[in-house]
Design a protein around this ligand. Structure first.
Ligand code: NAP
Length: 330
């Protein structure tokens, strides 16, 4: 049975029945599904296999970067199996601004539109012009425009039920020459008239200080989403916790860092059965020592339970948790 421990960055020891890599749409259609259940993935930086997967795993390795210079900017068509950070580094090296805030996010290019990855004030969806997909249930290949992707906060059409059998094959980016640098976040605000390279280097610096390198310490980045709560609930919490941070999302909604809740609930730096709540960023759970899926789920559930108990806020996982037959909920 193929080993999955190196196929997901959290690194839980797990296996599947069959595993294939595919490098083209045709190869994917030929392989799908030889076994059920079937799970299609990229670099496994947002997927955690909590136990052996009793099915087929298909790994997206569609490669290639096509560049087209157009009036006002450059467009790129990138294979979904390319590494995200390598793409960002390449664009910055070429002198094309636009993706630099998203440096060092682990994962593949194909995962970027699904999750609408975002960091330091920028979301990938803002730079995506088009996404090519194949519906593996029917073999139909089609493209979605930026607005058809319905990008939201770590959200897109690709997470909806209608897209369950869609696989992202290519992502098109548009990097305009006149893109203004995005420097609203505190970590970048101090930079004086920064170039894309300055922002790229600063983001790498901050991330390396705060976040564990999955190649060294197994993790899947942010385990939970940052919750958005109502302004009324936020104001109530502020009465008892005056230091609670919050970022206004709309008239009625405030986004609160999940890390703040987890820290206040006492989990920061805590370890149990090989799983730790990372001491520098409690939003990240790490595989400190041969963690099992049960130990990870137990830690995540304990955090969720305590945060509800203390603050009446439910933290939802940002990661995809997989069990024997497919998705598992916390
Ligand atoms: P952080 O910078 O400490 O931020 C924590 C929370 O505060 C996030 O919800 C962030 O919103 C929000 N925030 C901070 N400054 C803000 C501002 N000026 N305006 C509006 N909201 C603000 O978080 P971190 O964990 O160290 O991560 C750094 C960045 O990488 C964050 O942007 C985070 O979202 C991002 N990240 C993304 C992923 C992913 O896409 N899967 C994974 C890990 C980290 P936002 O979440 O909207 O930025």
């Amino acid at each position: 049975m193929p080993d999955l421990s190196q196929r997901h960055t959290f690194g839980i020891a797990s296996r599947c029945r069959v595993l294939h890599e595919f490098c083209s749409v045709q190869q994917l259609l030929d392989l799908y599904p030889r076994e059920t259940p079937c799970y299609i993935m990229g670099e496994g930086s947002n997927t955690i296999f909590t136990e052996d997967y009793d099915g087929q795993v298909l790994v997206n390795k569609i490669a290639g970067v096509e560049v087209c210079h157009e009036p006002g900017g450059v467009s790129l068509r990138v294979g979904a199996g390319e590494n995200w950070h390598t793409l960002v580094a390449y664009t910055v090296e070429q002198g094309w601004g636009g993706l630099e805030n998203l440096a060092l996010i682990p994962g593949s290019v194909g995962a970027a539109p699904i999750q609408n990855i975002g960091a330091y004030g920028l979301e990938a969806g803002e730079r995506i012009r088009e996404v090519e997909v194949v519906d593996v249930a029917t073999g139909r290949q089609f493209s979605l425009t930026q607005s058809e992707c319905r990008f939201g906060y770590r959200d897109s059409i690709f997470k909806r039920a209608e897209a369950q059998s869609w696989v992202v094959t290519y992502v098109h980016f548009w990097l305009a020459e006149d893109i203004a640098p995005v420097t609203a976040y505190a970590e970048l605000a101090a930079l004086d008239n920064p170039t894309p390279v300055d922002i790229f280097n600063k983001v790498i610096d901050v991330r390396q200080q705060k976040l564990p390198d999955p190649a060294v310490l197994g993790n899947a980045g942010s385990f939970f989403k940052n919750p958005t709560i109502t302004t009324t609930q936020y104001n109530e919490l502020k009465k008892t916790h005056p230091a609670i941070p919050g970022f206004v999302v709309s008239d009625q909604q405030v986004k609160v860092p999940a890390a703040w809740f987890i820290d206040r609930a006492g989990f920061k730096g805590q370890c149990k059965d090989g799983v730790c709540c990372y001491h520098r960023q409690p939003l990240v759970l790490v595989n400190q020592h041969h963690a099992t899926g049960q130990a990870l789920l137990a830690m995540a559930r304990a955090i969720q339970h305590k945060v509800v108990q203390l603050f009446s806020v439910t933290l939802s996982p940002e990661v995809r948790l997989l069990g024997k037959q497919g998705r598992v909920e916390l």
